[in-house]
Design a protein around this ligand. Structure first.
Ligand SMILES: Cc1ncc(COP(=O)(O)OP(=O)(O)O)c(N)n1
Ligand SMILES: Cc1nc(C(=O)O)sc1CCOP(=O)(O)O
Ligand SMILES: [Mg+2]
Length: 208
């Protein structure tokens, strides 16, 4: 897969009154280079409609588009990838469904899960939650930056740090070895999403 550094996940509940596509377009203009549609509340049809709009947007900017949870929606809109968690379908079954080319990302919270994902052919893994987060209901305890250090030592596939990552703790995350970060609230919960992403990118560039 094409490499990336700033991964934005949608979080419509954090930007009331603003259109999903407008917020994500500002994020892309600010430097986000991969987008995931994550919607835990809408009906399947509503998720499909949002995915269609984001597919169009991400095609325009040549940014990879990932769908969280809904494999059928990912296939229907020809998304670039699907993101699944530890309680979703096993990787081997997801691969059978989506075929050889679609990106598969898997959430991991411990080294054992990361190794299994790598051995099973995941294209990337999520590594988190690094810090406490209010953006996910059934979240496990923070894994802290020590999990990033373990991943750096033992895992070779691309990984993205996630969970409670903000401008103020970004240096700590990068100092542990992370080169890619994923955020919901720090990106979408602000009046100027583009400027926020530019600021995040400039902190990342200072650290690399
Ligand atoms: C990049 C990335 N990493 C982790 C997650 C979390 O996925 P999951 O464990 O399936 O939880 P939900 O997002 O479905 O609540 C993610 N979505 N993206
Ligand atoms: C969706 C998600 N998955 C996580 C994991 O650790 O797997 S943490 C998380 C929420 C990330 O949101 P924020 O940047 O607002 O903390
Ligand atoms: Mg999931």
């Amino acid at each position: 897969m094409k490499d990336f550094r700033l991964y934005a996940i949608t979080g419509e509940e954090f930007h009331p009154g603003k259109e999903l596509v407008d917020v994500m377009e500002q994020a892309i203009l600010g430097g986000v280079d991969i987008i995931q549609l994550r919607d835990k509340k809408s009906s399947k049809l509503e998720v499909l409609k949002k995915a269609q709009k984001l597919r169009e947007l991400t095609k325009k900017y040549d940014v990879p588009f990932i769908v969280n949870d809904h494999i059928d929606v990912a296939l229907a809109v020809e998304a670039d990838g699907i993101h699944v968690g530890q309680d979703d379908l096993p990787l081997a079954d997801v691969r059978k469904i989506v075929g050889p080319d679609m990106i598969i990302g898997i959430s991991t919270h411990k080294l054992e899960e990361a190794k299994k994902a790598e051995e099973g052919g995941a294209d990337y893994i999520g590594v988190g939650p690094i810090f406490p987060t209010n953006s996910k209901e059934d979240v496990v305890d923070p894994v802290t930056t020590s999990y990033i250090q373990q991943i750096e030592t033992d895992i070779t596939i691309p990984y993205v740090a996630i969970g409670g990552i903000k401008r103020h703790n970004l240096k700590e995350v990068m100092a542990a070895g992370a080169k890619r970060v994923c955020m919901i609230t720090e990106i979408v919960e602000t009046t100027d999403v583009r400027a926020r992403c530019e600021e995040i990118i400039s902190i990342m560039e200072e650290q690399s």
